[in-house]
Design a protein. Sequence first.
Length: 79
Amino acid sequence: MFGAIARTYDLLNRLLSLGFDVRWRRLAVREIALGGSGRILDLCGGTGDLSVAAARAEPGASVVCCDFAHPMLSRAAPK
C-alpha cells in the first residue's frame, strides 16, 4: 500500500494532518537533542522528512532512514 501512494504521500500527509505533521517532526527532533553528534535511525522513515529534519537539527549526527517500501525510500533519496 505505501509503495502505491509514495508519489503523493507528502502532499496527502500535509493535507490530511492539516500541517500538524510538520509540527510533530519539529517536536520529535527537539526531543532527540543529541547535542550535535550521535546516531539517529529513522525506522519506517517513509519519504525521509523526519530524517531530513533530524539531519538539519543535528548536523554532526549520522542519520539513517530505513523503510520496508522501496518506493518511499526512492522519494527520500533526493531529499
